[in-house]
Design a protein around this ligand. Structure first.
Ligand code: SF4
Length: 190
């Protein structure tokens, strides 16, 4: 469908909304333009089949790389499970790899301090382990007053985030339950 400049402006104003909405209302298909833009972005890219890391649904993805750099990640239409679709979280996997806001250094704010300080990852792990052990030793309950076996601590809470993948969460559960932690939650329940 072709439009004159005047028809385009009239449709936009009459629609009272966006130019895009008006065009769609006039029956203009944007699919070819979108497909063309997508083709340009992944032209000459290498395609690697993969799986969304986030949840146990396991939607299939296609990872496009150029020169070893990820340039796009999208659903794999060949998947009998997801048929090329991804949920909003899965559709944002690209930003897991390419994100200037992603934290890449370990930061520590000492008790009472007002600012964060960059620390060595090994130091941070040792610090977490030492505090974990101290808290667990001080709070571990082997039996309740009536003699029932408890073997737990309620002084430690494990909270996972949306960025953690299946494998991490599986190991986190095993580690925490093995140590007697019973308060375990994840912010990204799907
Ligand atoms: S997080 Fe979304 S896209 Fe990823 S596997 Fe689960 S449902 Fe699929």
């Amino acid at each position: 469908m072709s439009l004159t400049r005047r028809e385009f402006l009239q449709a936009t104003l009459a629609g009272g909304g966006t130019a895009l909405g008006s065009l769609i209302g006039l029956g203009v298909s944007l699919a070819p333009a979108i497909a063309r833009a997508q083709t340009l972005r992944i032209a000459n890219a290498r395609v690697t089949p993969s799986v969304c890391p986030y949840c146990s649904v396991g939607c299939a993805t296609l990872v496009h790389t150029i020169g070893g750099e990820i340039v796009n990640i999208e659903g794999d239409p060949r998947s009998p499970l997801s048929e090329g679709t991804l949920c909003p979280k899965g559709a944002a996997i690209y930003q897991l790899h390419k994100n200037p806001n992603r934290a890449t250094r370990v930061l520590h704010r000492a008790p009472g301090a007002a600012t964060w300080k960059e620390v060595d990852a090994e130091w941070a792990l040792d610090r977490v382990a030492a505090l974990f052990k101290k808290t667990r030793d001080e709070s571990f309950v082997e039996r309740f007053a009536d003699g029932t076996v408890a073997n737990h601590t309620t002084a430690i809470f494990s909270l996972g985030g949306a960025i953690l993948d299946n494998e991490w969460n599986h190991l986190q559960q095993k580690l925490m339950r093995g140590l007697g932690v019973v308060a375990i939650e994840n912010q990204a329940r799907i």
